[in-house]
Structure formats: structure tokens, C-alpha cells
Design a protein around this ligand. Structure first.
Ligand code: SAH
Length: 384
């Protein structure tokens, strides 16, 4: 920890206010700082602010680790790891996120558990350099039957890291199945989206089942995260995805749970909505869970996409109908989401009540000083 990085007043204020990132544009001077190393952060008055991972290749050049003068060594990492795990109360037959990056003060580290299989990601350069250490610690602390690396997210490129995927310890006895709200779901830790499935939506899947009734349209269904639980209180569910493998996984999950009232449709969700609207077909519940529409600060295209699907969904809902609408674009803020819904409601001349503003499951906590961690919206509205 010999390198020092000095930042301007703007960066200093952000760090003092608790934001864990310093952008390249806020850096004024570097001394002996090497990529991937832990450096001392100095304020614009050259006062000590803390220690951070340094990566000059990334726009997010500093990732704050601590604001105290303390050794950032293996003991430091071990303490943070144990604390994050102790904060979770997880069901041994279920799935949960054990470590959520900045929200658990471990910037760039994701650790998810599917029964006794651990899937991890190291998404920052500094964390990736510690990969071997994390694998050993996971093995020693959690004693999993397998450890899987899913280092494919595009953010790794921005850090100067390559894509990597594979089983790094133990072996997978497929198929792996987890319990979510009394239902079984297949998980493929090697091929499934993200680290296997959409763990951040797990509590929203359960909540949706409380609201859904009648004829339900589940758009962007992936492997049936919403369709499986909502089928219980629904007369019929139409589950739509453009991906055949996703629909095959949904089929497996439906069969496994002996669910018979879900119809699978391979289609572009935008077209599906348009054709139901043109045919004036009605649904009592519509679920919208699209992939992220934007990965940059330029959100106008995403705004149009969100508005299009939400507007159509509002039109095909019957009186008293429920809209469960999600966004997982980090740059599309809750305020933008609100404004988009307001415009869509206005254009459709429909009056809506906002019943619940939900976010990611509680094992993906939002760090108050880090609004970027509030990336997932799952809002429930009713047409009145
Ligand atoms: N609702 C799921 C997660 C959805 S992920 C759950 O809770 O588990 C987003 C899904 O949207 C992916 O399965 C992807 O195949 C699908 N998708 C992406 N673009 C689409 C489009 N234009 N039409 C239909 N599905 C699409």
C-alpha cells in the first residue's frame, strides 16, 4: 500500500459522503500507483481519506475499501467475508446471494449459493487479482460441493479483464434444483443467466403470487420465475419469451411442479403486446420483466422501450387489473421509472394506483450512499 492518489474537491466530497467510486475525471495526481493495487486516497487538500483499489484502465478508477487507517490484508478480507455471510439467514435448500459487492463493502465480489454449490464473480480488477484467495476462503468457510466461476459480464471488459467461466473446485451433479416458496426450480450454474437465475427477483416472484389472479400475461418469462408461483392463483398464464432455451427451462419447471395452466409462447414481447392490444384481448394481470434496456447514461432509447411495453400493458389490463412492472437498468433511476409510468398512464387515459414499490430481494441490499445499488425496480400498480 505504497501508492497514493489525489482527487479533486468533487471526488473528495463524494468519498466523504460515502460513495464508493471515484471516477477518472476526479483524479488530479498519482504517485507510485500500480493497476490492481490498493492505494491511499488523498483529498484535494492532501488529507488521508482512505484506501481503495486502483485501476487506471477503468472509468471507475478508485473503489473505496475503507475510510479508516487500517491494514487491508487477508485478515481484513476475511472479516468482511464472514460479516457478509453472517448477515444472511439462508434456507439450505434454497438459493441466496451471500455477498453483494459494494453493498457488502467488497467492491466487485459476488457470491451466490444454490444449495451447496457456490457461484462467484470477481468484477473489478482489484478483486480479480485476489481470485485465488477468495476461492480458498469460500472452500474453507462454506465447504461447498462445487465452486463455479461466472466471470462473463461486460463490465469486466471495462476493467481490462477477460471472460472466464468454469468449475474451479469440486464437481456438479446435475441437475441442480432449488426451492423457492415451496416450488422447485432448476438451476444451471454454468449456462443460466447471471449466476444461474434471477436471484434478485426471488421475493418479487412470491409477492407477485399474492397479487396475480384471473388471466395472467407473464412477459420476458425466462425460466418461469414469475409464472411458476403465480399459476397457483391464476385461471390461466400466458408466458412469453423470445428464447427457446428459456422456454424449455420454463417447461421443465412447470412439469416438475405439475403445473398445467401455463401456456408457453415463443415471441417478441413487443409484438405480443401489440397484437393483444389490436385484438382487444384483456388480462387481469400483466407482468413485465424485460432485460436491461440501457447500460450507459444515455437513457432515451430505454425510456421509449419501457414506455412502449408499459403503455400497451396498461391498455390490455381489465378494470381493477394488476400491472407488475420491472426495470433492472442501473442508469434508469426510480424517478425516471416513475415519470415513464406517469406518461404511459396519461397517454392511455387510464388511472392507476401504485400499490407497492419493490426492489431487489433483501439479500441484495441497497447501500444508502450508493444509489447505483438500487438498480432493480419491481412496482405493483392497479388500474382503477
Ligand atoms: N422474469 C424472469 C427474468 C427475465 S430475464 C425471472 O423473473 O426469472 C429477461 C428475459 O427476456 C430473458 O429470458 C430473454 O430471453 C427475454 N427477452 C429479451 N428480449 C426479449 C423480447 N424482445 N421479447 C421476449 N423476450 C425477450
Amino acid at each position: 500500500m505504497t501508492g497514493k492518489v489525489t482527487i479533486n474537491r468533487h471526488g473528495t466530497d463524494r468519498v466523504l459522503n460515502g460513495h464508493p467510486w471515484v471516477f477518472r475525471s476526479d483524479i488530479t495526481e498519482t504517485e507510485k500507483a500500480e493497476a490492481g493495487e490498493i492505494v491511499e486516497i488523498l483529498s484535494f487538500k492532501r488529507r488521508f481519506l482512505g484506501y481503495a483499489f486502483y485501476n487506471p484502465l477503468s472509468q471507475i478508477t478508485l473503489r473505496v475499501l475503507t475510510k479508516r487507517r487500517e491494514k487491508v490484508d487477508q485478515e481484513f478480507w476475511r472479516r468482511r467475508f464472514v460479516k457478509a455471510i453472517d448477515r444472511r439467514h439462508s434456507d439450505p435448500n434454497g438459493a441466496s446471494r451471500l455477498i453483494f459487492s459494494e453493498s457488502d463493502q467488497l467492491p466487485g465480489l459476488i457470491v451466490d449459493r444454490y444449495r451447496d454449490v457456490i457461484v462467484f464473480q470477481t468484477l473489478s480488477f482489484g478483486m480479480d487479482r485476489l481470485k485465488g484467495f477468495w476461492i480458498d476462503l469460500i472452500e474453507e468457510g462454506l465447504k461447498p460441493s462445487a465452486i463455479v466461476e461466472r466471470n462473463e459480464p461486460a463490465v469486466r471488459e471495462k476493467e481490462g479483464l477477460t471472460k472466464e467461466r468454469g468449475i474451479v473446485r469440486g464437481g456438479l451433479s446435475s441437475p441442480l434444483m432449488i426451492e423457492e416458496a415451496g416450488r422447485s426450480l432448476f438451476v444451471d450454474p454454468l449456462e443460466g443467466h447471471k449466476t444461474g437465475l434471477y436471484l434478485d427477483q426471488s421475493e418479487n416472484h412470491i409477492a407477485a403470487a399474492r397479487y396475480a389472479s384471473g388471466r395472467v400475461l407473464d412477459l420476458f418469462c425466462y425460466q418461469g420465475g414469475f409464472s411458476v408461483p403465480v399459476s397457483k392463483n391464476a385461471d390461466e398464464v400466458v408466458a412469453v419469451d423470445s428464447s427457446v432455451p428459456a422456454l424449455q427451462m420454463t417447461r421443465q419447471n412447470l412439469d416438475q411442479n405439475r403445473i398445467q395452466n401455463v401456456q408457453l409462447v415463443e415471441a417478441n414481447a413487443f409484438d405480443t403486446l401489440r397484437s393483444y392490444d389490436e385484438r382487444r384481448e384483456k388480462f387481469q394481470t400483466v407482468i413485465l420483466d424485460p432485460p436491461p434496456f440501457v447500460a450507459t447514461k444515455e437513457v432515451s432509447g430505454a425510456r421509449r422501450g419501457y414506455k412502449e411495453i408499459n403503455l400497451r400493458a396498461m391498455k390490455i389490463l381489465s378494470e381493477g387489473g394488476i400491472l407488475i412492472t420491472c426495470s433492472c437498468s442501473q442508469n434508469f433511476t426510480p424517478q425516471m421509472f416513475y415519470d415513464m409510468l406517469l406518461e404511459a398512464a396519461h397517454d392511455t387515459h387510464r388511472e392507476l394506483q401504485l400499490l407497492e414499490r419493490r426492489g431487489a430481494a433483501s439479500d441484495h441490499p441497497v447501500l444508502l450512499t450508493f444509489p447505483e445499488s438500487n438498480y432493480l425496480q419491481c412496482w405493483v400498480l392497479r388500474v382503477i
